[in-house]
Design a protein. Sequence first.
Length: 299
Amino acid sequence: MPLNHRHSGAELSDIRIDAHHHLWTYKSDEYSWIDDGMAALRRDFTAQDLSIEMEVAGIHAAVAVQARESLEETHWLIKQSAAHSRIAGVVGWAPLASDYFPEVLNQLKKHNRLVGLRHIVQTEPAGFLDGNDFNRGIALLEPAGLSYDILIAENQIDEAARFVDRHPYQRFVVDHCAKPRIATGELEPWRASMRALALRPNVACKISGLVTEANWSSWTLDDLRPYLDTVLDAFGATRVMAGSDWPVCLVATSYSHWWSTLNLYTESLSISERRALYGEVAQSFYRLKIAATACAEVA
């Protein structure tokens, strides 16, 4: 089933949406993945911090994505979104494979700021996406009006394709282009696997998180270009959305520099393609209702 490109809320053709960012109140035991090489991330990153970055970069709205497998965090992100008009939606976490997930889902779907769910599959063993209990939970999402973000590494793409095939009416988006090995310049088998995955019309892809897969201190647009080209060629601009992966991106680039880099790359695209990639796809995929005040704040 093709992705639904209905628009909700403001019909703003030039709206720019950061389709992927995080917020957190830092606690070392809850963010153990932030190692010494990422020490700059060992602090709080708030909605106010993000708002300043968005204003400078000319971004109107954003989607906050879970960073911990915690219902507490999911509810906190929903509250942050309700309090800050620029955070138009939340992709949270919930215990999809648990017997009590239907009860949790009934409570979560009452919050219209929750637009999707995600699990950190990249750290799970091979075959995780084949699990019956997990798939049972996924089957409940589309009836509840929720999307699902697929967070995987490049060696899990074929498993993700099998997973998607079990749910042909579910809206899926692949985070961070499935984390290709940019630092070593490897294209295959990532490229072939992504092209095969893109044949599923209910799957979109996020251009985000690429700089942290490249050499943090020396990456250039030319390093990213083969991977960007592959994604746009495979999915087309109508199934690609742009995100910052802030604040994780800060280990390799600033928020504004990432958007400037993407602006440079997309110069050759048509106006309609740029509008889709920078806002329309995220707005329709996540069924976002963009507050007029959020758009007015970035003039």
